[in-house]
Design a binder for this molecule. Structure first.
Ligand code: ZN
Length: 155
């Protein structure tokens, strides 16, 4: 007694111990069966709905790195966040320098972000450019190399 699978339409022989088997054993069809079951359950069973909601919430709490994935798929959100963070870093850094060395006011080279373009690239086509953070380091700071831990290339 073969039956037609509700998903793929192929004929299959139901297992003896599954009373009303409507799907064959193909992985795709079993997935469809589970989805169908879940949809029906969500629509009819409020306890199940609440449980699912709680489980999803707990999953998000256990997997905060999910937000890393969110940033990757929402580049504008990530770009804006980085810009805001740069602003904050910049302001903090300026505060540190102003307090630690008055003479930096007279220094024509200011701490901040600069575009770095390979010199020979200007004459030719537009090439890669690098956004670099330059910190004016007052004398005396060289003895404390860790004072600017995030002084590195930012692209
Ligand atoms: Zn099937």
């Amino acid at each position: 007694m073969e039956r037609r699978c509700k998903h793929c339409g192929d004929l299959f022989t139901p297992c003896a111990n599954v009373a009303h088997q409507r799907y064959c054993c193909e992985a795709e069809c079993q997935k469809a069966r589970k989805n169908e079951w879940r949809k029906k359950k969500l629509a009819t069973d409020s306890d199940y709905r609440l449980n699912q909601y709680d489980a999803q919430k707990r999953w998000r709490q256990r997997h905060p790195e999910y937000w890393g994935g969110y940033r990757t798929s929402h580049p504008e959100y990530a770009r804006r966040n980085r810009a805001l963070q740069r602003d904050r870093n910049h302001k903090r850094r300026e505060g540190v320098i102003a307090k630690s060395d008055e003479s930096s006011i007279c220094n024509p080279m200011r701490s901040g972000y600069y575009r770095l373009i390979p010199a020979e690239a200007e004459a030719i086509a537009k090439r890669d450019e690098y956004l670099v953070k330059l910190d004016v380091i007052p004398r005396g700071y060289l003895q404390v190399p860790d004072i600017f831990p995030d002084c590195k290339q930012i692209t």
